[in-house]
Design a protein around this ligand. Structure first.
Ligand SMILES: Nc1nc(=O)c2c([nH]1)NC[C@@H]1CN(c3ccc(C(=O)N[C@@H](CCC(=O)O)C(=O)O)cc3)C=[N+]21
Length: 297
């Protein structure tokens, strides 16, 4: 079998288009644009690239983008003061503080300061709790994007065996909860799991989110599995290359021969993360403006 390539980039483009159309409707109804504030502390080059592409995508979708770039030695008090200012700003519907923060700043304390109703990353404990008990809030962008790809491809997930590899608060845990809500039978595997290949072999759906280049091998997969690769790892440069290639957590070339469908890296889950961020921001805007959130969002 040659697996179908799940084109996250194309799916994300469609989602951004739909969000853009609804953002225009929002502007007519609310008399203002939806707004996303992105805060970047320090000069990490990879973070700068992400923040720039978020800004471009936000503006392209007809929303307002507020960028705040702070020096690497910003104090926690100054960062918290900025978050408070954004919480109070009626033009700001969503707030994203780019993680990881420089070492002297406490990620959790900063996330806790963001108003849960503007926490479009879905990282605040209030939103994690809402997801855990089935209340509506904000769901982290990467796992929500993975669910969109899965349900688009498989429809009803009821009774399917899903194995999530990785237990982070940002991907693994919320991913498992979304799969459970969709009636899949869910296993969360991690670095201490015994016989990981044997566990993965049961899975109709594999979500790999461990951050180890090409760790998941073709031989681990059940025939016809659907594979969602969340990893983005840069390999060391080969001879004559300036930068190493980007690869996922799954050995794509091998998995292609066993899986029925698989997301590539790049062009799979990554673009979905940004598209869902815009989606969450528009949802926040409707809610903050006291307007009904359109069903198709
Ligand atoms: N508060 C916060 N929220 C985040 O959502 C957040 C964050 N901090 N810190 C960093 C990570 C990483 N992240 C990505 C988003 C898009 C791509 C993406 O679009 N990747 C493309 C291109 C990859 C490339 O060429 O570098 C792809 O996979 O095809 C990747 C990674 C969001 N993050």
């Amino acid at each position: 079998m040659t697996a179908e390539r799940i084109d996250g980039k194309a799916f994300a483009a469609l989602l951004r288009e739909r969000v853009g159309a609804l953002a225009t409707q929002f502007e007519h109804k609310a008399g203002r644009k939806a707004g996303l504030a992105v805060v970047l502390v320090g000069e990490d080059p990879a973070s700068q690239v992400y923040v720039r592409s978020k800004h471009k995508a936000t503006v392209a979708a007809g929303m307002e983008s507020f960028e705040h770039r702070l020096p690497a030695d910003t104090s926690e008090a100054d960062l918290l003061a900025l978050v408070e200012q954004l919480n109070a700003d009626e033009a700001v519907d969503g707030i994203l503080v780019q993680l990881p923060l420089p070492g002297h700043l406490d990620d959790q304390a900063v996330i806790a300061a963001i108003s849960p109703d503007k926490d479009v990353d879905g990282f605040h404990v209030t939103n994690a709790g809402r997801l855990a008990v089935g209340q509506s809030g904000f769901v982290p962008c990467t796992p929500l994007g993975c669910m969109m790809l899965l349900t688009d491809r498989l429809g009803d997930l009821s009774g399917l065996e899903a194995v999530v590899i990785g237990r982070s608060n940002i991907v693994g845990k919320p991913m498992a909860q979304l799969l459970l809500d969709a009636n899949a039978t869910v296993t969360i595997a991690h670095s201490r799991t015994k016989d990981l290949p044997g566990v993965v072999k049961r899975a109709d759906i594999v979500v790999a989110a461990v951050g180890r280049a090409e760790m998941v091998k073709a031989e681990w997969l059940k025939d016809g599995a659907t594979v969602i690769d969340v990893g983005i790892n840069r390999l060391p440069p080969a001879e004559g290359e300036e930068k190493g290639r980007l690869v996922g957590d799954v050995d794509y070339a091998g998995a292609e021969g066993v899986a029925s469908a698989i997301t590539p890296v790049p062009g799979g889950v990554g673009p979905m993360t940004i598209a869902v961020l815009l989606r969450n921001t528009l949802v926040a805007a409707y809610r903050n403006a006291g307007l009904a959130v359109p069903e198709i969002l």
